[in-house]
Each structure stands twice: as C-alpha cells, then as structure tokens.
Design a protein around this ligand. Structure first.
Ligand code: MD3
Ligand code: FE
Length: 203
C-alpha cells in the first residue's frame, strides 16, 4: 500500500513484513562484527539510540563532528559489507516510490530501547541530495516526526510499525525529522526494541 506523505515522500506500509525475521537475523550477524554502540554528539552528549553500520561508508559522530567513514572506529576495520538482501530491499522500495536509480553505499542501523528518541534533525552529511533515503522500521511501533524545511516548522506525526518502509527524496530530502521517545511495548521478533535501517548514498 503506497501512502504519499508529501511531494517526494511515500510510506510503503508493511513493504518489508515478509522479510522482517530474516532482516533481524542478518542484523544480529552484523552486530557480531560491528557492535551496536551509543555514539557521542559533537556537543558531548551520548545518543540514546544505539547504532551500527554496514556498506562502503558508515555514519559516525563523536566530539569531532558528524561524518561518513569507511572504517568502524571501535575496531579500525572496514564496516561489514552491505548484505545483498538489504540492498535489494532498499532498491526495490526506492523503485516502488519512483526512484529507479538508487545506489546505496551506506546503511545505518539504529536500535531504540524504550525511552530512546532522536531529536529533530536534517540528514545533510551526504554528497548528493538527488539520491533518496530509504528507511525500514522493524519491531515495536514508533511515532515519527516529519517537519518542514526549517526546524521551527511544526512537524506532522506519522506512526511507523514493523515492516513499514519510507522513501524520502526530491523536495522532501532535506526536511527536518525525528523520532519521539519509544514507548514500552513488545514485539514477537524484537522484544521491547525497535530497529531502523536507513539506506543512503553517502558519496
Ligand atoms: C525525512 N532515523 O538515522 S529514518 C536517521 O527511525 C533517522 O531511526 C530515523 O532519521 C529512525 O537519521 C528514521 C527516516 C528519515 C531519513 C531521512 C529523511 C526521514 C527523513 C530525510 C528527509 C526527510
Ligand atoms: Fe535522519
């Protein structure tokens, strides 16, 4: 089911449901190579969301700033390869949303425990804003905030559940967005956690 959010952004409700249990098994394998960690913001705070990455480039933050890098700062090793099933899901979703040339080179994996949140921000550390971003929600439900071009624009609330995929591109690509504090809930595949895969073209 394709639900337009605004020009450039669509929700593909339940698009990844059939793949959810396999995606979560693959995430467990990735986390053995590159563990989830709560990164530091440039302002010196610890993020409530735990993150890991796969693909050619990984997104990191520390007191030196936000950036993409080829290696995991915990190990000094390259990030794990982007699993084929991750890439094909992201490319299929982008194409279903009308973006036929998506070539992701980075996948950020976010893990939310109850109480975790992500404040309003823009994704602007990428080189090419003509490429969309594909986001896959897994596990417990969350309330996504979808704002405007300015931080002060009042955000819409979009509930996201297990298997929901959102594709953001074109005029929506630089809009502010965030995730409200995750509520306590249980999901048969993830327990009390929510995972989000964010596919991007970094370089
Ligand atoms: C809207 N993650 O990691 S991606 C992030 O649920 C992030 O963990 C969210 O925001 C999460 O940066 C959801 C959704 C997303 C990504 C890019 C966007 C929404 C966007 C770009 C423009 C507008
Ligand atoms: Fe974001």
């Amino acid at each position: 089911w394709v639900e337009p959010l605004c020009e450039g952004a669509v929700v593909l409700r339940r698009f990844a449901c059939a793949d959810a249990s396999e995606l979560l098994e693959v995430i467990e394998g990735l986390a053995e190579q590159a563990p989830f960690r709560q990164m530091q913001t440039p302002g010196g705070h610890t993020m409530s969301v735990a993150m890991t990455c796969c693909g050619e480039w990984g997104w990191v933050t520390d007191t030196r700033g936000y950036r993409y890098q080829r290696t995991d700062p915990l190990s000094g090793e390259p990030w794990p390869l982007m699993p084929t099933m991750f890439r094909s899901l992201a490319v299929m979703a982008a194409s279903a949303a009308g973006y036929s040339k998506f070539e992701p080179d980075a996948c950020l994996v976010n893990r939310y425990a109850p109480g975790a949140k992500m404040g309003l921000h823009q994704d602007k550390d990428e080189d090419d804003f003509d490429q969309p971003i594909v986001s896959v929600s897994l596990g417990t439900p969350a309330m996504f905030q979808f704002g405007g071009a300015r931080r002060s624009d009042r955000p819409q609330r979009v509930p996201l559940e297990n298997g929901d995929v959102v594709v953001w591109g074109g005029p929506a690509r630089l809009r502010y967005h965030g995730v409200l504090t995750l509520k306590q809930a249980q999901h048969s595949l993830t327990g009390d956690s929510r995972y989000n895969l964010t596919f991007r073209r970094a370089r």
